[in-house]
Design a protein around this ligand. Structure first.
Ligand code: ATP
Length: 240
């Protein structure tokens, strides 16, 4: 049997007394691309934050390439292979674009040149400060910085949120290239289900911290009843 890239078993977690994730189990193969869908507040960001060690884990296991990581301190998880692009982007405003990219870089196939190739705007803006970037450029920088860690898996938390349609297209094309051409594994949280399903191979749907549906992305994209039920009418209408 081929070992999965990521194996999550019966993962339960929350914040303080509040329990959010309830017995979540799933696997992701090497080079896999997984969409994580569900309405607001259903636990999608919490699942990514839990993989990064930023919540209170109540039970369950997380293994990356067979290595148990659920007890690793959050600051050690990037070195273990997790690249995280949080919803807030968290770029350093007083560092230049190039400094943001290189400050925590790790050796591997993703270099400054390759990140510039994926996002030519970051090359053009390399001497600008993080604070001088548009929202779309900040998002490109956040993804580029995660790639410079040379991760085994990239966790993308609503990377297209609040961006203009032309930037959404540019970023979607870059994510598609990361997955299809570079073979990078991703977990993509996205409110725009039709876009997320177009960029991934498999999907899971969270409802109040539990997985309530799993399917190949192409199948779920056609399953309007399930999308309406768990993701919302607006998205299902767009997917139709
Ligand atoms: N730092 C926190 N402290 C306490 N509760 C939190 C915290 N972050 C999230 N929650 C709660 O956890 C639950 C799940 O939130 P989460 O952000 O994971 O949902 P989500 O599916 O990612 O939704 P969204 O699209 O709104 O980000 C919500 O009830 C939320 O209020």
């Amino acid at each position: 049997m081929v070992e999965p890239l990521l194996s999550v078993r019966s993962l339960s977690a929350g914040y303080g007394d509040a329990s959010v994730l309830d017995e979540v189990s799933f696997e992701l193969e090497e080079g896999g691309a997984l969409a994580l869908l569900g309405r607001n507040g259903m636990g999608k960001s919490t699942l990514l934050a839990t993989l990064m060690g930023h919540t209170l884990r109540r039970g369950g296991t997380i293994a990356l390439r067979g290595r148990p990581v659920e007890r690793l301190a959050p600051h050690l998880r990037p070195a273990a292979g997790f690249g995280w692009v949080p919803q807030e982007r968290d770029i350093f405003p007083s560092l230049t674009v190039e400094e943001n990219l290189t400050v925590a870089a790790r050796r591997g196939p993703w270099t400054l040149a390759r990140v510039h190739e994926l996002f030519p705007r970051l090359r053009e803006r390399r001497s600008n400060l993080g604070s001088q970037l548009s929202g779309g450029e900040q998002q490109m920088l956040a993804i580029g910085r995660a790639l410079m860690l040379n991760p085994a898996l990239v966790l993308l938390d609503e990377p297209l949120e609040g961006l203009a349609p032309v930037i959404v297209e540019e970023l979607s094309a870059a994510i598609r290239r990361m997955v299809e051409r570079e073979g990078l594994a991703i977990i993509l949280v996205e409110q725009h289900a039709h876009i997320a399903l177009g960029l991934t191979r498999d999907a899971i749907v969270l409802e109040r911290g539990r997985i309530v549906h799993r399917a190949p992305s192409a199948t779920l994209a056609q399953d309007h009843a399930t999308l309406e039920r768990y993701v919302g009418m607006r998205v299902a209408a767009k997917a139709a």
